[in-house]
Design a binder for this molecule. Sequence first.
Ligand SMILES: Cc1cc2nc3c(=O)[nH]c(=O)nc-3n(C[C@H](O)[C@H](O)[C@H](O)COP(=O)(O)OP(=O)(O)OC[C@H]3O[C@@H](n4cnc5c(N)ncnc54)[C@H](O)[C@@H]3O)c2cc1C
Length: 397
Amino acid sequence: MDGIGFERVGAMERFDVVVVGAGVFGAWTALHFTRRNNRVLLLDAYGPGNARASSAGESRIIRMGYGEDEIYTRWSQKSLAQWKEFFGFARPGLFRETGVLWLGAEGDARVRDTAATLTRCGVAFEELDRAALQKRYPQICLDGIATGLLEPESGVLMARRAVAAVVEDAIFRGVEYRVAEVVTPDASQGAGTGTLTSVRTRGGEVFEAEHFVFACGAWLGKIFPEVLGERIFPTRQEIYFFGVPAGDLRFSPAALPTFLFQGDETYGMPDLEGRGFKIAFDRHGVRVDPDTQSRIVTEEAAEEVRSYVGRRFPALGGAPIVETRVCQYENTSNGDFLIDRHPTIGNLWFVGGGSGHGFKHGPAVGEYVTRRVLRGTDGEGRFSLQTKEKVQHRAVF
Ligand SMILES: Cc1cc2nc3c(=O)[nH]c(=O)nc-3n(C[C@H](O)[C@H](O)[C@H](O)COP(=O)(O)OP(=O)(O)OC[C@H]3O[C@@H](n4cnc5c(N)ncnc54)[C@H](O)[C@@H]3O)c2cc1C
């Protein structure tokens, strides 16, 4: 240990759990640990739902449908119940029940598989044929669309504020929270026992704990380059908000649900809180560094989105872009989450790989991590490190 570390040993603080990263995964993990009476320290380099984090957006979709992937449908169900309970009467408006409308071509396999899974899981939904869609949503151009599936009880989480609320509640319940950047842990700690005893911040503070959870989103590969550098793929994603015509209610939540166009690889939502009609492509952008990537949209991408919006939503042709966001997905090779131990440090956990669909699952992720760490319950194979490859072949959406 160097001189600085040695001097600080006397002041070293000990916790049951240190959670690094206060995005949606880390925030809910800290909350679940503290609800189980653990002494928790939550650290974040920039702050909960900060502008560089994947959890930073104004809004994130919460849908139950996942094609055949029943595990994520069940986690969405569990998570929606927890989000609603958490928001309760104290935080109205952080969940907006806009409904989520899936739109697909004739015989779209994903819409069909989603209907089957939702039926098995007891999720309410409505199937709409082309005529019904046309009648109900005349503001959408349905070229190439033959089938729709509406989840009426799903909707939108007001993401950035929701994460801040979870951290605030965790602090209220006793979690200690600090802004600090944690450096890569020294894997040789514990003299070959495979146990980490402490983490250190860039500023030299040292924190001891029984367990360490690294919920660092797109940064996981930067902190653990040897293990995760090639297994987490951070990609640039641009989001656009279009100003709706003055006094026009066709794009309000009462008239337009949150929507997912299967063939177009686009999603969006109605004009919430007057921010504008939101739309984005779900295709993976180029690989980026979450600390330094430009947060300014490119003119080419803006032009592509403008032209798409004009085609699918003709009343918004020529509408101004009133706000933009540039974020990153923190993808695993196929889109399954990564929730597993470090390969050689048994009390260090990786929690991440939200892969563009993780936000909604924050409550279920936190609960799962807490159970695995405290009770040693068996892990779900799909979330294991072993299944994370170095080449991308996206399969979970
Ligand atoms: C454009 C976009 C649209 C999306 N849409 C949806 C959607 O509609 N529905 C949905 O469910 N999901 C969606 N997602 C995915 C979802 O937002 C993410 O999967 C989720 O927010 C990831 O949360 P996280 O906590 O893992 O990571 P993050 O939110 O990135 O949090 C990681 C935190 O770790 C901190 N950190 C990193 N390194 C360190 C360090 N060394 N020391 C201390 N702190 C550190 C960072 O500051 C950050 O706050 C979308 C994502 C994007 C980018």
